[in-house]
Unconditional design. Sequence first.
Length: 477
Amino acid sequence: MLDKRKFYIDGQWVDPLKPNDLEVINPATEKPVAVISMGTAADIDRAVAAAKKAFATYSQTSIEERVALLEKLMEVYKRRYEEMAQTITLELGAPITMSREQQADVGVGHLQGFIDGLKRLKGREVLPNGDVLRREPIGVCGLITPWNWPINQIALKVVPALATGSTCVLKPSEFTPLNALLYAEMVHEAGFPAGTFNLVNGDGIECGAALSKHKDIDMMSFTGSTRAGIAVSKDAADTVKRVTLELGGKSPNIVFADADLEDRVAGSVAECFNNSGQSCDAPTRMLVERSVYDKVLEIAERAGREATVGNPVEEGGHIGPLVSHIQFGRVQALIEAGVAEGARVLVGGPGKPEGFETGYFVKPTIFADVNNEMRIAREEVFGPVLSIIPFDTEEEAIAIANDTAYGLAAYLQTGNADRAERVASRLRAGMVHINGGPHRYGSPFGGYKQSGNGREGGLFGLEDFLEVKTVHRPDAA
């Protein structure tokens, strides 16, 4: 079993101030694979002090100096790429093919997007009125990341902090801490100055709250549940620090009759089940025009039955387990609620797949005849569960799509370009995917309503880590 008890503070691997071990569980085997330490508020204090001290000099570095450091990080990451993919498979349960092609790849893609954005960033510019505008690093940043796309969120927070000249303290998820510790090794090897990046493992109640409340933290960037995001915002309020949030979603996927049904329905099912459904922007509500409803159900059922679960260490397009027994229990409860509320099980249902009694595996599940008042249509399941809802008119589809507390992503399937543009403009979501259009590195990621605030990725993702200063002179600059 791996011993990963140390934290990374002020450029060194250090012991926690108070021993408090936690085992990291492989979700496919339910067996421990590593032991980490759970930090305390005192450990957070140490890390914040190191970041504050480093900020005094690191904030004065040039964009060119920081680009060089990021390019060195890219070189290190690419060299250790397979190690990252294997680590994520071990602790998250993502199948190794998916880890290589998606989970680990984001560490390269987002890093390049930020490098490109940083090269375009204007640190100083003259306004039309003659005043000078300066963009400066915000300060010491507290970063809290989730378990479902671990390196994705670490890269989307750590990289812009370091790119802008800010310093940071990262608290990764205690369910998937090993990839974060590996990333810390990469940052160290890339040569970032001591104290610019720090890592403390721990839970949200102790370490997360300590970060959010800390008087020397200038910004909090959090990804996780809406409930936890509200807690971060409240904890941060007393010190009036900036808070950016990337929270939950219940993304609608509107399928019009003129869409390429065979391609887009099957593709949508696969997208919903990707990462075992553990994605905040997954298209979990499929809204289908009634004239093709029966045909869509037929295609969806076929695609759902072709989806398989499998051992994460084996190559292939199967899905893996959920991350933990806690997540397994939550998903099972919502599947059972769907059955109890009268939705029709098209594929899957409660319980584990045959032959997978060990591990947190669930059956890929599709519900038909769902209405938007059911729990499975309103709550974020965070498992491979799809709800299919019929509609009659474009207006009704838009109304159902927007009838949610969330607003992260939305999906449209239509052969009519004018309709796609028209409907996309009325959906209350931060991102709209048309006919399978993917999210591309460098574009902003984020949502409306209770899906959070702020944007991550590329130039837009740098802006949240910058303060704007206006310099007024007697004469025009």
